[in-house]
Design a binder for this molecule. Structure first.
Ligand SMILES: [Zn+2]
Ligand SMILES: [Zn+2]
Ligand SMILES: [Zn+2]
Length: 312
């Protein structure tokens, strides 16, 4: 039987986020949410059995029943729902555990810069990766890279958010592909109109630099690429920049052109590097369209909405 939830439960209305964080700012409450999360892990969804009160209290390890009951009642309806046989988490409760306990609580495994076996898309030079503050940054050791912005180290090729929980379990070299794979998947979702973070509506467009400087990082657009794909969410502001062809590896034309060089689906960094290299020599047909000319002979036309057509 499906559980019917109140659309606007007591503790979550009014000031919304502020109230929610106020409710969560307590160790016992976080421990209750985490205990439920762990207990219900393998039973996600409508059929999940509730965790009985006694078992929950045991898992959290609070002896004082008055104190435990008070904190549990503060969470009830907003984050936790009581139903026959026990307690379950609402989606808000699961999200709270994932954000508060699984993201902030992990020590940031900062590392690098470490040299990896990869080539700079701009000059073919050596590449390093470093991780810190939730971001993986790739840099060229020989040239200005692709991006320049305040706070970015010299030679930045890409800077991608990557959750610390996922970074902690991989070594620097092994992070290169998953981080760029994630960017590729986010681009797919966003060119499809759906924000991968919040589900909101997105915009996808081609930004062509009007006055691009061919040497070094252009002062006009802050990149060494004459055009980039810009994807943005209208609801949460999530934003991604990518080489135009990389943002559209979901289209047959781009995919075929890329996989002629790289047959292996797993090599997201190689696709990033290849499409960024093509982007160095983009030809502009007019103010809104660019032509990418992979060495395979097929010319790809990418328009201002990031639609791709083949020009034989
Ligand atoms: Zn370089
Ligand atoms: Zn420019
Ligand atoms: Zn969003």
């Amino acid at each position: 039987m499906f559980m019917r939830l109140e659309s606007n439960p007591g503790t979550m209305d009014g000031t919304g986020a502020e109230t929610a964080f106020g409710t969560l700012a307590n160790g016992t409450r976080l421990a209750i949410l985490e205990a439920l999360y762990d207990a219900l892990r393998s039973h996600d969804g409508p059929g999940q059995p509730g965790v009985p009160y006694t078992e929950l209290r045991e898992r959290v390890g609070v002896k004082d029943s008055g104190k435990f009951n008070y904190h549990l009642s503060e969470l009830t309806d907003g984050f936790v729902v009581k139903r026959d046989g026990g307690y379950v988490l609402r989606q808000t409760g699961r999200t709270a555990v994932q954000i508060v306990l699984r993201s902030f609580d992990v020590d940031d495994p900062g590392f690098g810069p470490t040299r990896v076996d990869a080539d700079c898309p701009r000059c073919g030079g050596g590449v390093t990766v470093q991780y810190g503050q939730g971001h993986l940054t790739t840099r060229c050791v020989d040239c200005p890279g692709l991006l320049a912005a305040t706070g970015l180290p010299d030679g930045t090729i890409s800077r991608l958010p990557f959750p610390p929980a996922g970074a902690a379990t991989r070594d620097p070299t092994a992070l290169l592909d998953p981080a760029h794979r994630r960017l590729e998947q986010q681009c797919r979702s966003m060119t499809d109109g759906v924000c991968p973070r919040c589900g909101g509506e997105t915009t996808a467009r081609l930004l062509v630099c009007g006055d691009h400087e061919p040497e070094g990082v252009c002062r006009e657009c802050g990149t060494t690429l004459p055009a980039v794909a810009e994807l943005g969410c209208l609801t949460c502001g999530h934003e991604r920049l990518a080489p135009p062809a990389f943002a559209r590896t979901d289209t047959r034309a781009v995919w075929e052109a890329v996989t002629t060089v790289l047959l292996d689906d797993a090599h997201a960094w190689d696709r990033f590097e290849t499409t960024a290299r093509w982007s160095q020599t983009l030809t502009r047909t007019d103010s809104t369209r660019v032509v990418v000319a992979p060495p395979t002979g097929t010319r790809l036309v990418i328009d201002d909405q990031l639609a791709v057509t083949r020009e034989e």
